[in-house]
Structures are given as structure tokens and as C-alpha cells.
Design a protein. Structure first.
Length: 233
């Protein structure tokens, strides 16, 4: 059986070590000398993982896309855009994999993200920094159906698995009472449920099963966000 046909059994032990070494040697010269290691420990396992997630996602979230492509797919580029950044190091020091909603390239829609880095790995589900119109729709849905938002937040599986990313305004959004019972969530600028992943899980065959279950556990939030935006899920 060719190696690319073998089942996904986890990211190699060297994946996180490679990212750590890249962080300590973030230059084009070092990267060029370690290009083979990048392909073996970063690129190849990432594409294999994405391909392995295609069928599970079709079962639990069929509108999320798993696209195992080197460019333009689910794998985010390792090359940084440094044009507007004070940090001119050329490479990202993490793996970012984004399973976008089929509408995701045109509008803000909920998606799933996997982050692998030396300082921590996690899965996120939801929307990061939606535009002001989309953010207003989500807040309006919380205001109009506070009971549904509360049920989602207090759901046993959701509560045990996730924490909402702490990305909030310093004060209440314009036009919303600071004493509103949901004010902490109404202050959110991103609506992302985050769950940590251990290095052991990242490097083992259970990653596919674990991530699939967490996508299923995140469904209440994903449905709430999609309905607020008028999108299917």
C-alpha cells in the first residue's frame, strides 16, 4: 500500500519540535535548509489529516469543507504577510487548519479551526471577528431569543467541553444596556468555542474521532450563529 493511502495515525512527533525550531530560527535561510523537514512534519501530515476529515465532516457538519490542497484549501499558509506588521519574521510558527462553511469565502459563516503550536493546541468552532453587520445580527439574535442562547451555553456537553474565546469589548456595545443579563456575551467580538487538545491526542490516531466529536458537541453554537446570519448549517 502506498504511504499516501495509509490511514491517518496522528501528526509525527517532530511536528511540534519542527515548529519550535522554526520559532527559534525564523529565517528564510534556515527554512530552506529544513525544507524536507517542513514537507515531512508539517505539510504532508496536515494534508493527510484534512483528507481524513472529509467523510467525518460530511456526517456531522456537511456544509463544512475539508479541502486537502497545498494552497487555497483548508490548510493555512505558513508564509506570513509582513507588509503591515512590525514583526518581519517570514514564517508562522503554528499549523492552522480551517474547515470553512461552504459560504465562508463570500460571507462570514461559522467554521471549525485546528491550531497546533509548541505553546498549545486547540480546536475552535464559531466565527472570529465577523464584520459589523454580521456581529449586529448575532447580538440581535441573543437579545431576541435569550432563552435559546442560555440553553446553548448551559448545555451539559457544551459546558464540559468548551469555553468561549475571551475577545470582548471593554464596555457594552452601543445601544445595549450595561445591566443586561447577557452583557458579558453581548460584549463578545468573536463567537468561538475553544477546547484544548493535548500533544498526545495530536500525535495519535484518536485525533480524527476526537475532533469529529467536538464538532458534534459544538453544533448548538454553530446552529445558533448560522440561524442568526440566515445561513444553513
Amino acid at each position: 500500500m502506498p504511504s499516501d493511502a495509509l490511514p491517518f495515525t496522528g501528526f509525527p512527533c517532530d511536528t511540534i519540535d519542527f515548529l519550535a525550531d522554526l520559532g527559534a530560527n525564523n529565517t528564510r535561510e534556515w527554512f530552506s535548509l529544513n525544507k524536507a523537514r517542513y514537507e515531512q512534519s508539517f505539510l504532508a501530515p496536515s494534508l493527510k489529516f484534512i483528507a481524513a476529515m472529509e467523510k467525518p465532516l460530511q456526517r456531522v457538519a456537511p456544509l463544512l469543507k475539508a479541502e486537502p490542497k497545498k494552497m487555497g484549501g483548508s490548510l493555512m499558509r505558513i508564509y506570513k504577510d509582513t507588509r503591515f506588521s512590525k514583526d518581519k519574521t517570514p514564517y508562522k510558527t503554528n499549523i492552522g487548519i480551517h474547515f470553512r462553511h461552504q459560504l465562508g469565502k463570500d460571507v462570514h459563516s461559522p467554521g471549525v479551526y485546528l491550531h497546533i503550536a509548541p505553546d498549545g493546541c486547540f480546536m475552535g468552532a464559531g466565527i472570529w471577528r465577523p464584520d459589523s453587520a454580521s456581529l449586529s445580527l448575532i447580538r440581535e439574535r441573543i437579545l431576541q431569543d435569550e432563552a435559546a442562547w442560555t440553553r446553548m451555553r448551559r448545555g451539559k456537553r457544551f459546558r464540559e467541553t468548551f469555553e468561549l474565546h475571551d475577545d470582548r469589548l471593554k464596555t457594552a456595545p452601543r445601544g445595549i444596556d450595561r445591566s443586561h443579563p447577557q452583557i458579558e456575551d453581548l460584549r463578545l467580538k468573536s463567537f468561538i468555542a475553544m477546547a484544548p487538545l493535548s500533544r498526545q491526542v495530536i500525535q495519535g490516531p484518536e485525533l480524527i474521532k476526537t475532533l469529529t466529536q467536538r464538532v458534534r458537541d459544538a453544533q448548538p453554537l454553530m446552529l445558533f450563529l448560522a440561524e442568526a446570519l440566515g445561513h444553513p448549517y
